[in-house]
Design a protein around this ligand. Structure first.
Ligand SMILES: C[S@@+](CC[C@H](N)C(=O)[O-])C[C@H]1O[C@@H](n2cnc3c(N)ncnc32)[C@H](O)[C@@H]1O
Length: 291
């Protein structure tokens, strides 16, 4: 991230959710707050008929749809699993790298017994808190924790909050590992393993090492990498699944699921008329702490 600047990729992700909510038939993930949370620039693009038509054209959906598919697919996957965790009486939800995720606006009041921690870079968090003011008071069960993953461990950051180390928690960490050095991602997971109680869960998305991609996906991965460079948040973190699994197993996690891009397309984007699908360049990983 660029020092002193709120995350541009968080704005882009919110814009993709906003466009999906407003324009997709049968949305995979519905986020009615994303439009208000994204930047003025994106709002302008999303209200200009020509760009809206272009962004949602079937031709672009086959390519840009990969970006939309990734952004709405990861949120849907994480919240499906969160729902199951809540049914199993998990009482702590930690949104790591929360960005402009609107869970606290959509659902915090529905789950008053769920303590929600938004953990994010202080620059992104300050901008989000300013934007949240227009929606009224922040629900009492929400707490903000500032962190720079490159400089501090999540265990240290959460120890400044009311996070309970003896109670299982559900961590979602979406759209972030791609922008961190692989070692930073591994250190953060190690830190979660240290601070969280057994039966805690982690859901994250990660980029597949580009050497394992081919054809249009390799080209797409290159395009996204150039685009994020332009947004001053270059993609740095890629993993080979098998090696990644070995590393997290050593930390005390079991891999409950590693869902490939095709698996996500099959689960959430099957036979969509608009051709949106999930890229195969990223996977969803669901971990459970056994220690
Ligand atoms: C693409 S956004 C994803 C936001 C959100 N999870 C979503 O799915 O829309 C990436 C997030 O990672 C955060 N981030 C990136 N680098 C970070 C760092 N070094 N420390 C803390 N947060 C960081 C940004 O502030 C931003 O919120």
């Amino acid at each position: 991230m660029k020092e002193g600047q709120s995350s541009r990729t968080a704005e882009a992700a919110a814009a993709l959710r906003a466009n999906h909510f407003k324009n997709a038939e049968n949305p995979v993930f519905s986020d009615p707050f994303a439009f208000d949370l994204t930047s003025k620039g994106w709002q302008k693009l999303l209200t200009t008929p020509l760009t809206v038509k272009l962004i949602n054209s079937p031709v672009l959906n086959r390519t840009l749809g990969l970006l939309t598919g990734q952004v709405v697919g990861r949120s849907r996957y994480a919240e499906d699993l969160l729902q199951q965790a809540i049914e199993k009486k998990i009482t702590q939800y930690v949104l790591v790298g929360a960005g402009l995720d609107s869970f606290i606006l959509r659902q915090a009041q529905q789950y008053p017994n769920l303590k929600i921690f938004e953990v994010d870079h202080p620059d992104t968090q300050a901008t989000k808190q300013r934007k949240l003011q227009r929606f009224g008071e922040i629900p009492k069960n929400v707490e903000f924790v500032a962190i720079d993953f490159e400089k501090e461990s999540i265990a240290d950051a959460l120890s400044r909050s009311s996070f309970k180390q003896d109670k299982p928690a559900f961590f979602s960490w979406l759209g972030t590992t791609h922008y961190l050095e692989p070692q930073t991602t591994l250190n953060t997971l190690k830190s979660i393993a240290k601070i969280a109680a057994p039966k805690s869960e982690v859901v994250l998305d990660y980029s597949i090492d580009h050497r394992e991609l081919s054809g249009v996906e390799r080209f797409g991965s290159l395009f996204v990498s150039q685009f994020t460079r332009f947004l001053k948040e270059p993609l740095k973190g890629q993993f080979r699944p098998k090696l990644f699994h070995d590393s997290v197993n050593h930390m005390g996690f079991e891999v409950a699921e590693d869902l490939s891009g095709d698996g996500l397309s099959h689960r959430y984007f099957n036979t969509r008329a608009d051709h949106i699908r999930h890229t195969i360049a990223t996977h969803m990983l669901h971990l459970r702490l056994i220690k």
